[in-house]
Design a protein around this ligand. Structure first.
Ligand code: HEM
Length: 422
């Protein structure tokens, strides 16, 4: 659909506008035909955002050991055929996606459901089904869409997926309600139940909101992690020993806690540089204009129009980054070390005019702290407990694929893994 592409110099004047004027949720709903794809769930309330911004962030410290345990479990299953003697060749995308889905699910719905293959298939598959329906309807006339929709195979798959989610989550929600308040669990399902008001209290609504959060988190986090792993493999000789030293030193001093993960500046810098070069998409800060807006240069934005910013180009603009095409793993660490005032900027989770992969302002991704923690735990385990390399003579990471405005890592690349410790 038509989009007004704006320079990032307007981001500061737009970032704080209320939803009634400039809306992320309306844009997402309408761009992906929310009434057909179920994405209209995000407009019904802010629950999905509130719980990520509050309870998920506040509990991140206590989730770290839980996520570590779950990631170790997931990786030992995904990479079950390797040990200290034998290499296993594995598809990277599937390995990371499976592990990220399991760890995310541990934080969202807890044990034992997070390890249930039927749940994992639902949590992973829902995203693909939503975007398949959206894709199937995109080029059809709006008048024809209701009829075409009825006959879509993708609609059948999506509806079956939503039903499967409900059939697993609703009994769990009911069981939780009966146990309360004696045995409150520390997971997203619990926090959603506690925070839900009005119509959000309905079990089917909570179930659908959890599925939406799976869509917001699993593929985004795993694609980011896959890019990082490809970069780490390409630059292994220079970077892995440096990262291993930082990780083992900090864990030896403080154990594996959120505070110690936050001290790993080189690891954080590596993540951010990989994401800078491999943006999740060509565009970000996607919004729908709801009420008329006049920009500081006098240009008017009409209600009903959709805006975006070219975030992938912004991240490679020499005005924003020195030698922008060069992969400099310690770029952001150097920026943070440059002065006291910069020390807390340039982190993987920091949003800024030059760094928009998590959006910016009032509606910037509320799950990015969780995503950062999970991806770092994955890397900490792989760097300290495994060796990895591309197969054969391959030295360079695979190229990315561009599909519409999406930028995706290779889903077919394999890597060899071997354990260095049990
Ligand atoms: C590396 C992984 C991720 C990326 C790249 C990402 C990216 C984004 C972006 C670009 C937005 C829109 C922000 C804006 O335009 O200002 C967003 C919104 C959102 N993200 Fe993320 N995200 C990631 C992981 C997660 C995770 C792990 C969660 C949940 C735990 C999550 C939950 C959400 C929610 C709830 C919203 C907003 C929906 C609303 O306001 O209703 N995201 N994300």
């Amino acid at each position: 659909m038509e989009r007004v592409i704006l320079s990032n110099r307007f981001v500061n004047e737009l970032r704080s506008l209320p939803e009634e004027v400039l809306s992320l949720r309306k844009a997402m709903d309408e761009r992906h035909f929310g009434g057909y794809t179920t994405l209209n769930i995000i407009q019904l309330s802010h629950l999905q955002n509130d719980v990520c911004r509050h309870q998920l962030q506040q509990n991140l410290g206590s989730l770290i050991p839980v996520m570590y345990e779950e990631m170790k479990n997931a990786l030992s299953q995904q990479l079950a055929q390797c040990d200290t003697q034998n290499w296993q060749t594995a598809n990277v995308y599937r390995t990371v996606l499976g592990s990220v889905a399991q760890v995310t699910s541990r934080a969202f719905v807890g044990l034992p459901l997070c390890r249930d293959p039927k749940w994992l298939e639902t949590a992973i598959g829902y995203t693909g089904d939503v975007f398949a329906v959206s894709q199937d309807l995109r080029d059809k006339h709006w008048l024809a869409r209701p009829f075409i929709y009825i006959f879509l195979q993708s609609r059948k798959r999506l509806q079956a997926r939503v039903q499967a989610g409900r059939s697993m989550l609703i009994p769990l929600l009911k069981a939780r309600a009966e146990q309360l308040p004696e045995k409150p669990q520390s997971d997203l399902l619990q926090w959603m139940t506690e925070s839900a008001r009005g119509a959000d209290k309905a079990p089917y609504r909570l179930s659908d909101k959890i599925l939406f959060l799976c869509l917001a988190s699993i593929h985004t986090s795993s694609s980011t992690a896959v890019h990082i792993l490809y970069d780490l493999c390409q630059y292994a000789e220079d970077c892995v020993p440096v990262l291993r030293e930082e990780i083992t030193r900090i864990i030896a001093e403080n154990g594996l806690t959120l505070a110690s993960i936050n001290k790993m500046k080189k690891l954080d810098s590596f993540l951010k540089e990989s994401q800078r070069i491999n943006h999740p998409g060509t565009l970000a800060f996607n919004r729908k204009v709801v009420k008329p807006i006049t920009l500081s240069n006098g240009v008017g934005l009409a209600p009903g129009s959709f805006i975006s910013m070219p975030s992938a180009e912004i991240a490679r603009d020499p005005a924003n980054y020195t030698n922008p095409e060069e992969f400099n793993p310690w770029r952001f660490e150097q920026k943070r070390n440059a002065s006291q005032s910069e020390a807390n900027k340039h982190q993987f989770v920091s949003t800024s005019v030059e760094s928009l992969p998590f959006g910016m302002g009032k509606f910037a991704c509320p799950g990015r702290f969780f995503a950062a923690g999970m991806i770092k735990i994955l890397l900490i385990i792989l760097i300290t407990q495994y060796e990895f390399q591309f197969p054969g003579e391959q030295k360079k990471r695979p190229i990315n694929s561009y599909l519409d405005e999406r930028i995706a890592p290779s889903t077919t690349q394999a890597m060899k893994f071997r354990r260095v410790s049990q």
